[in-house]
Design a protein around this ligand. Structure first.
Ligand code: BGC
Length: 365
């Protein structure tokens, strides 16, 4: 009937209007809530950003090395301060101190030299190493600032193996460290100990290191528990070398890899500058330490195992015939020959991705 259908139509019409109204209301409420949630999210992001800029140390500032200045003279205040702990640059972001023994250590390592390594690959494998071969742990404050000094001339292949093996080890040891390759320019007879003195002086221009590790370029530790840091006494780290059948060649042996705090180093007036050619300079260093009443600290034979990369004797590094005479007189000469009489000329100083290379003219015999 026409009356009924009009009534039905009106009812349908009203119902539809109600549904449309409800939909509109629903959409409005949804839009209001969505806009409000956007506001909150935006405010949160802004808050996060301002928090980050105020609490995180400025990466550039903290990673950049301080400007190089003239070599520092022995600082008597530091002499009594002993091992320096990492402090100032990390003050902004207060981290807890790293533990005495790093939890990242894995123990014995496989060390082989039959497959060549490339600097590009080493760089890729160690993304946290900063220009100049610098590193410090991200999540704790390193206990020591360690400069690793490598006397060098024409041993690029050995250096690659050293970087390949040592960067991962040193990072696992949770050290705040830098690698300094001290390259003797020219063809004069090699002078290992003088290059080590130069490394000490040059590294201090970069950072306030408190510990110095002196390492030959061809020596690789076979256990990462052999920590490249300083101890209360000067440390000999390469105690069981494959070259010597994994044992000490003699009790006073102090060659290969050793470490010393700044206090130890200054007490003995650094190293001798007049040992030209192979041999004797490490014995002289041992004599200096003994004459100042210091003893040698060493890791166990197991932990102190290391491999030497086999090589022919370098040209211009023949055994030094004067070494026996010089060693016999360390106690008389050490006060006038050492870090206090060091002279050299820096030819170039470059920061590579994995190490800092300082080329120097150290003169000739
Ligand atoms: C030399 C040292 C050398 C040691 C082991 C000694 O005769 O004087 O300089 O490190 O032999 O080769």
């Amino acid at each position: 009937m026409p009356g009924d259908s009009t009534g039905n139509f009106n009812l349908l019409h009203r119902t539809c209007k109600l549904v449309v109204l409800l939909c509109f209301l629903h959409i409005s409420v949804t839009v209001v809530f969505y806009v409000r949630s956007l506001d909150i999210r935006f405010a949160f992001v802004q808050n996060q950003q301002s928090h980050n800029t105020s609490t995180q140390p400025n990466r550039d500032r903290s990673t950049a090395l301080p400007p190089r200045t003239e070599p520092k003279q022995a600082d008597p205040k530091k002499e009594v301060a002993g091992l320096q702990e990492s402090a100032a640059p990390q003050a902004e972001k207060k981290l807890e101190k790293c533990p005495e023994t790093s939890p990242l250590l894995v123990g014995p390592l496989r060390v082989e030299f039959n497959i060549p390594v490339s600097l590009e690959q080493i760089k890729k494998d160690n993304p946290s190493v900063r220009p100049g071969g610098r590193f410090r742990p991200a999540d704790c404050e390193a206990l020591q600032k360690v400069a690793i000094i490598i006397p060098f001339r024409k041993r690029d292949e050995h250096l690659k193996f050293w970087l390949h093996y040592l960067h991962p080890v040193l990072q696992r040891q949770q050290l705040d460290y830098g690698v300094y390759v001290i390259n003797q320019e020219g063809d004069a007879t090699f002078n290992r100990a003088k290059l080590l003195n130069v490394g000490y002086a040059e590294a201090l221009k970069d950072y306030d290191y408190g510990c110095f590790v002196f390492s030959d370029v061809d020596l690789i530790p076979m256990d990462d528990r052999n920590t490249y840091r300083c101890f209360s006494q000067p440390r000999h780290l390469s105690v069981s070398m494959d070259k010597f059948g994994f044992r000490l060649p003699y009790n006073q042996y102090f060659g290969g890899v050793s470490s010393m705090s700044q206090e130890h180093f200054l007490k003995i007036n650094g190293f001798p500058n007049n040992y030209w050619g192979w041999g004797g300079e490490d014995d002289d260093i041992y004599n200096r330490l003994a004459s100042k009443g210091m003893s040698i600290s060493r890791p166990s034979g197991d932990v102190g195992k290391c491999r030497m990369i086999r090589h022919d004797r370098d040209k211009k590094n023949e055994p030094n015939p004067q070494r026996f005479d010089r060693i016999a007189h360390t106690r008389e000469t050490m006060h006038k020959d050492g870090i206090n009489s060091l002279t050299y000329r820096v030819v170039s100083a470059e920061k590579f991705d994995l190490f800092t290379k300082i080329s120097v003219d150290v003169g000739k015999p």
